[in-house]
Write a protein that binds this ligand. Structure first.
Ligand code: PXP
Length: 239
């Protein structure tokens, strides 16, 4: 069975737009887990644009939730991770002005820092993962650095699928990388930009054990949920 990790960053984005408490990412996480999500992803960005330190604290404290904390690979973030002890940490690249995580880690440029951080996280028994573009080179480096898992960046294939363009070359690349990573002992995950269609395309790749999905789920939840919320208001207003 494939595992589904749900990213609740954008629940925090909506909450922050009002500067109040609703909708609460912890409540969203609990609902997602209740309905079958296997884990919850939160990305504590350096600019705190969505998830805040207090969210990390509250969500990690809830022992019914398996938490995957995404952080940039630096020692300030590592310290926060160790204070909160999530079940998993996924190291991601971060550029301040980007709208979302635009590509995978540049492992060779950050090799010593990544090695140190992974070593500390592994010792703390936190499952480690590196968010990488799907290349054999990146997979070999991830293995060398002792990461437990790799998360293959699916942004490119997701974009091609949405634009109804030919995605077969990218799919072959992802398949090849997933197979190779599994063969050399890495657990394989996939994430970024995934919607129903991309999930259907990637799901047959048996080596991918976990999908991490955020933006589409939060957006689609609006369409699936609005009927109920409108009905609730009609009941209140027509009493
Ligand atoms: N996986 C990783 C490592 C991410 O950084 C993100 C968010 O950028 C996701 C998965 C989820 O991507 P999306 O919100 O596009 O589904």
């Amino acid at each position: 069975m494939k595992k589904l990790g749900i990213n609740v960053d954008h629940v925090a984005t909506i909450r922050n737009a009002r500067g109040e408490l609703h909708p609460d990412p912890l409540t969203a996480a609990k609902v997602a887990i209740k309905h079958g999500a296997d884990s919850i992803t939160i990305h504590l960005r350096e600019d705190r644009r969505h998830i805040k330190d207090s969210d990390v604290k509250k969500i990690c404290k809830n022992k019914k939730i398996i938490v995957n904390l995404e952080i940039a690979a630096n020692f300030k973030m590592l310290k926060i991770a160790l204070q909160n002890m999530p079940d998993y940490v996924c190291l991601v690249p971060e550029r301040r002005k980007e709208i979302t995580t635009e590509g995978g880690l540049n492992i060779s440029k950050n090799i010593f820092k990544l090695k140190k951080i992974l070593n500390i996280l592994n010792k703390a028994k936190i499952r480690t993962s590196l968010f990488i573009d799907p290349t054999i080179y990146n997979i070999n480096l991830s293995k060398e650095l002792n990461s437990n898992c790799v998360e293959l960046h699916t942004g490119k294939i997701s974009r091609l699928v949405k634009q109804k363009k030919n995605f077969s070359k990218e799919l072959i690349k992802i398949k090849k990388c997933a197979k190779y990573a599994k063969k050399i002992g890495l657990e394989v995950h996939a994430g970024h930009g995934i919607d129903y269609k991309t999930a259907q395309i990637l799901n047959p790749i048996k080596e991918i054990e976990e999908f991490n999905i955020g933006h589409f789920i939060v957006g689609e939840a609006f369409f699936d949920g609005i009927k109920r919320v409108v009905n609730n208001f009609k009941k209140i207003l027509n009493k």
